[in-house]
Design a protein around this ligand. Sequence first.
Ligand SMILES: Nc1ncnc2c1ncn2[C@@H]1O[C@H](COP(=O)(O)OP(=O)(O)O)[C@@H](O)[C@H]1O
Ligand SMILES: O=C(O)C1=C[C@@H](OP(=O)(O)O)[C@@H](O)[C@H](O)C1
Ligand SMILES: [Mg+2]
Length: 168
Amino acid sequence: MTAPKCVLVGMMGAGKTTVGRLVAERLGAPFRDVDAEIEAAAGKPISEIFIDEGEEHFRALERQAVADALDGFDGVVAVGGGAILSDETRKRLAYHRVVYLSVELADALKRVGLGAGRPMLAMNPRATLKYLLDQRRPLYEEVATLVVRTDGRAPDEVAAEVTAALSA
Ligand SMILES: Nc1ncnc2c1ncn2[C@@H]1O[C@H](COP(=O)(O)OP(=O)(O)O)[C@@H](O)[C@H]1O
Ligand SMILES: O=C(O)C1=C[C@@H](OP(=O)(O)O)[C@@H](O)[C@H](O)C1
Ligand SMILES: [Mg+2]
């Protein structure tokens, strides 16, 4: 059965989109970013989906988009930071190789700045990111088959570690 080489999970700013693309390049495999697919299907950015239809609607689109991305695809998949909030998605991920890119508050904040394009951080990015990190950390750990720390490390270095672990 065809399955993704790996699925990247972790907080906003962990580098899932950036590192996922690099891992795919290193493996010579295709890459899918679930957020990009949701935006392409909706014909608008995620921030507009939040404004027009709300977070709950976005989460429903995300559940379906993750299921679609995992089905019959043999490349690298990056999901959005909140995808693991869904019980259904966590159950689905239990059948896959899941890499948790961990990041602590300081580096995540440096990377996302004021949260442009990330509606979850539209107000008070520092407090929100801290709250979400505390809330989600156990869920990332629950679905992970591998944890790779990203604090103070360049994307290429993180991608090299992920690729080496996948090939081991
Ligand atoms: N390891 C890293 N070190 C420094 N900056 C990074 C790192 N990984 C990603 N970035 C930068 O942080 C921002 C968010 O990265 P992104 O890949 O979109 O994260 P995610 O998809 O996990 O939210 C981007 O500007 C990216 O270039
Ligand atoms: O953590 C979240 O709830 C979200 C993370 C975003 O993806 P990234 O983690 O790739 O930034 C995106 O799916 C949306 O803005 C919501
Ligand atoms: Mg991303």
